[in-house]
Design a protein around this ligand. Sequence first.
Ligand SMILES: Nc1nc2c(ncn2[C@@H]2O[C@H](COP(=O)(O)OP(=O)(O)OP(=O)(O)O)[C@@H](O)[C@H]2O)c(=O)[nH]1
Length: 347
Amino acid sequence: MALRSGFVSIIGRPNAGKSTLLNALLGQKLAIVTHKPQTTRTRIHGVLEVRLKKNTKDEPGHPAAQIVLVDTPGVHKPTTQLDRRMMQEVHDALESRDAVLFLVDVTHRLAKKSASGEAKATGRMSMSQAEDDFALSLVKKLECPVILVLNKIDAVKKEEMLPLIAHWSALHTFADVIPISARKKQGLGLLLEKIVGQLKEGQRYFPKHQLTDQPERFLVAEIIREKILLLTGEEVPYATAVVIERYEEPSSLKKSRDGKLPVTKISAAIYCERVGQKAILIGKSGEMLKRIGTAARKEIEELLGTRVFLELFVKVQEEWRSNRVFVEDLDWRRQLEQIAAKQAEEE
Ligand SMILES: Nc1nc2c(ncn2[C@@H]2O[C@H](COP(=O)(O)OP(=O)(O)OP(=O)(O)O)[C@@H](O)[C@H]2O)c(=O)[nH]1
């Protein structure tokens, strides 16, 4: 059976579990995950090789495939320039896709019907419903097959699933409806089979062992941002951006004579919008910055397979989320172009 290949975008409201699903399918952490909505800001490509599965008398098989999974920011109504950039990333991810996974969080229950038979949603529920509806409106415009993926089934009772499946299936003609738990890795085999079933025969888009097109320095920036999201509260996580200012890889990956791993030297700027936020990020006697640095360094060392010397600086850039130029410059693809231009200038 010939290889199949294609781009498959994962779309859904903030916190639906898109990044968790990407990581679970890849079997490796590529996208950062937190319990806070709007964690993902740019689209992330994760390259998944699916092995050929031969037909058996009990189960049908499928051909080998290369699936380029595209994780996207959560679909939400934009209010700042950053939001608009995030939504642009969603639109870009929906352009000329081979298939789309529309991810719904099943713990956001349906509104209960009142005595008059009217379904009423209130507060947080009505907001999440509005976000789901907005995401669905984008999906409805697509010409490619859309698989409805009902996520977080580990967190609801089985009997709650049937009304949810009925509700969502009535809203659009989905190519398939697959209940999964991205966190518990349930239902992923079936989901993969269904995705491969939607792809056409084709060549690989990326070399066989390449996990992503995102260079390590940007994965490093995301790891630092994840630790900030996890360790700080209120507005600080949303008002924070991380930019790698220095990234010096060791000349060799060999251990030194005394058995020590080589060192990667990294300096990163953490941007926030106000002096008060800077004070929170630094903490009393620099304690918070130290916690962020230590947590990030450990994970970066695992990622790079070297020791890491990590310097963090906190800088204030007032209202950066509404500054178009600043937001555009945060895009790693843009940063990569700027680095390449600078290198060419220096040579
Ligand atoms: N119980 C349960 N929780 C899950 C599951 N999948 C994801 N989560 C949790 O849901 C939260 C959000 O997960 P993410 O993967 O960051 O969600 P996302 O859709 O990428 O979020 P944004 O970046 O905001 O768009 C995290 O706390 C996850 O651990 C699941 O299958 N079951």
